[in-house]
Design a protein around this ligand. Structure first.
Ligand SMILES: [Fe+2]
Length: 270
């Protein structure tokens, strides 16, 4: 490990380091993943100020990370572990963010695919919305303002965007089913989700996106443990999987139907 590298190993669950340009490197035993890059010019359709300057690269996606020895078991479970690094900065006054997407329905199930995220370094604003992909009527809008170690469950039916509101790089991890492709079109067509996360006098504020017909007041999600899923704040989600956390609900969401109903969701989603 060289000088100036930030050691992310503890929360990642395997040896990962970040340099001062936000690039990850992987240590002994880890898969040497090459990132997919999302550039500013690729994201212009979802930005509040598409003509303003910003970081050339908004984020790097390292899909299929983890220890080489675990890859067979991860694939056999239809899962994938990803790391994403978001640049700090703004485009105009809007914070750097992911372009956002919804997940499709699971074949033969009345739910769409859920996902779990964990912040490994920095600060994240996760923006979630239910509805809005067809009619522009958003039924629920939620914001999670999370720090390193915090875990967020993205329930079925929620489109999601991650924002980096801090001065430094944001690193996050996710577990997800590996057998589907996300749907980017609904959020692209409406120029983002229902609110833009904007810096105003040094603070984050939420500005309504006029492409939507409804703007429910953003609801705050507090960081929590997910004992039913075997996931706990401050503990690596990768290590949790190694220790037997059952993430099968990411592939078959009906396995956690009670949890979705507790969250006010009904099968079918609409
Ligand atoms: Fe997702």
């Amino acid at each position: 490990m060289g000088e100036g590298l930030l050691d992310l190993t503890k929360l990642a669950g395997f040896p990962v380091f970040m340099d001062d340009k936000g690039r990850l490197s992987f240590g002994e035993g880890a898969v040497q993943v090459e990132p997919d890059v999302r550039k500013l010019k690729d994201a212009s359709s979802v930005l509040l100020y598409p003509d303003e300057d910003g970081p050339e690269i908004l984020y790097w996606m390292y899909r299929g990370a983890g220890l080489a020895k675990d890859q067979r078991a991860i694939a056999d479970s239809s899962l994938r572990f990803d790391l994403t690094v978001l640049s700090p900065g703004t485009i105009g006054s809007e914070y750097v963010k992911t372009v956002g997407h919804y997940h499709p329905r699971v074949p033969g199930q009345p739910w769409s695919y859920p996902e779990v995220y964990q912040v490994l370094h920095g600060k994240a604003h996760f923006l979630l919305q239910r509805g809005g992909e067809v009619t522009g009527q958003v039924e629920d809008f939620a914001v999670a303002e999370f720090e390193a170690g915090d875990i967020l469950l993205i329930p079925p039916f929620y489109g999601h965007v991650t924002v980096n509101p801090a001065d430094g790089y944001l690193v996050m991890a996710n577990w997800i089913c590996r057998d589907f492709s996300s749907s980017y079109e609904p959020i692209r067509l409406r120029k983002g989700v229902a609110y833009y996360d904007v810096e105003y006098k040094g603070q984050s504020i939420f500005m309504p996106n006029e492409s939507y017909e409804s703007h429910p007041k953003p609801r705050l999600i507090k960081p929590t443990d997910y004992p039913k899923l075997g996931l706990f704040r401050g503990q690596s989600m990768y290590t949790a999987w190694q220790n037997g956390a059952d993430l099968g609900f990411l592939v078959k969401p009906s396995l956690q139907e009670d949890l979705w109903r507790e969250m006010g969701l009904t099968p079918g989603g609409y």
